[in-house]
Design a protein around this ligand. Structure first.
Ligand code: GAL
Length: 415
């Protein structure tokens, strides 16, 4: 009898091990740079500890442009992945098609509504139903500066555009590339939205970008922005065209360049190169944008696959993502801040602590807005229309006058 019991216990252990091994998620994402992959590993390992396997579908390409193309191909072929990293308006578009799994029960169980900021919920919910699990909050209006170069310049971190140009001049004199940039439309757009915020402030950003106001898009403040963009281009090196964002970060890390304008996923690159904030690099809000935040939040959507086993794995993944301890473990590596407001900042470095404090301040002060370049300002078509004009102008293919005529036209046509 005892032997039979032991044998059946062994069989049930085996059976549950097999069930565990079979339960897995296929995840489409674009986290392929060093810091991103390190953060993704935190998630993979967390799921492994919960018996959920991981099938990786990485699609390289900053900001997820190529990943979204790959997703459309998978869905068209009738084979959507289990879980997909997604941003802002893209989440809404897929939700509108009715293909995303409903996360209401889990959200209620874990109390998401009480801890996820309203601005993020606006993209995690559709028609009052939860359809996405936010993993973080990034923001785009940051500047990453090589500390040794800053010290050698004898400069204080700049607080406005004039200060920025003065610092870049000093880097020029040191014989390094003043501003590391990757010439890809989304990176051009990321730089542009910081300059828009710096020159015009949050009211102007809202008017021009969120409200797509033609006068703002073609007016005097925007002229200043495009003039600044032309001037900033003079501080790039000759090989900026097409460069990936993490290679631009590497230039700052290695001291070949003085600074990079980029969202705080760049911090993940500095950290994965063993750099310490305040010692090796300095993080500041893009000069002139202190007190305001352009945010983007990576979220995971779970496609409705009509399969109970897959749904169980999807729910485990969504639950893991919203776990407060996971939010700390993941976001301290990724460079982002938690998607929950109840997570302490104790384990975050100075840049992370600043990011968390800035987010609270901006949310309370009404100076928090979605990043256009990262899918939280306008639907994709409008975003792409802005990128086209900004990139052509940055590359010298059109003049500032032409950009000011084309920008409102292109945006209107894309709406
Ligand atoms: C952003 C995304 C970040 C980071 C970055 C560069 O859109 O939110 O998580 O991956 O692109 O790829």
């Amino acid at each position: 009898m005892r032997r039979i019991l032991m044998a059946s216990a062994a069989i049930s252990v085996l059976a549950s091990a097999t069930a565990r091994a079979e339960e897995s998620v296929e995840v489409l994402h674009w986290w392929t740079a060093g810091g991103e992959a390190a953060a993704l590993n935190v998630l993979k390992e967390d799921l492994a500890s919960k018996g959920v396997g991981w099938s990786d579908m990485p699609v390289a390409g900053g900001s997820g442009v190529q990943a979204m193309t790959a997703l459309r191909a998978r869905v068209t072929a009738g084979d959507p992945p289990t879980a997909v990293q997604m941003l802002g308006f893209d989440i809404r578009d897929w939700a509108e098609m009715g293909v995303l799994g409903n996360l209401d029960d889990l959200a209620a169980e874990q109390g998401w509504a009480e801890v996820i900021p309203e601005a993020i919920q606006a993209f995690s919910k559709y028609d009052d139903h939860w359809i996405a699990a936010p993993v973080n909050v990034h923001s785009t209006n940051w500047l990453w500066i090589n500390k040794a170069a800053l010290d050698a310049a004898g400069a204080e971190p700049p607080e406005d555009m004039d200060g920025l140009f003065a610092m870049l001049d000093a880097f020029n004199e040191q014989g390094i590339t003043p501003l590391a940039h990757g010439g890809q439309p989304w990176q051009d757009g990321t730089l542009w939205e910081s300059v828009v915020l710096s020159r015009g402030g949050m009211d102007f950003y809202r008017q021009a970008v969120l409200d797509a106001d033609a006068d703002a898009l073609g007016g005097d403040t925007m002229r200043q922005v495009f003039d600044d963009m032309s001037k900033l281009r003079e501080y790039f090196d000759g090989s900026f065209s097409g460069r990936d964002w993490n290679l631009a970060s590497a230039m700052v890390i290695e001291g070949q360049a003085g600074a990079q304008q980029m969202g705080d996923w760049a911090k993940g690159e500095f950290l994965s190169a063993d750099q310490v904030p305040g010692e090796d690099f300095v993080c500041i809000r893009f000069p002139g944008t202190q007190g305001s935040i352009l945010f983007n939040s990576d979220q995971f959507v779970m496609f409705d696959l009509g399969d109970d086993e897959k749904r169980s794995a999807q729910l485990k993944m969504a639950a893991a993502v919203e776990d407060p301890a996971f939010q700390v473990a993941f976001n301290t590596v990724k460079g982002s801040v938690p998607a929950r407001t109840d997570v302490p900042d104790t384990d975050f470095d100075d840049c992370g602590k600043k990011g968390m404090a800035d987010l609270v301040e901006a949310a309370a002060g009404g100076t928090l807005a979605g990043s256009l370049a990262h899918g939280h300002g306008q639907p994709s078509a409008v975003k792409e229309a802005v990128f086209d004009v900004v990139t052509q102008h940055l590359n010298g293919q059109i003049t500032t006058d032409e950009a000011l005529t084309r920008l409102p036209q292109a945006v209107a046509a894309a709406q």
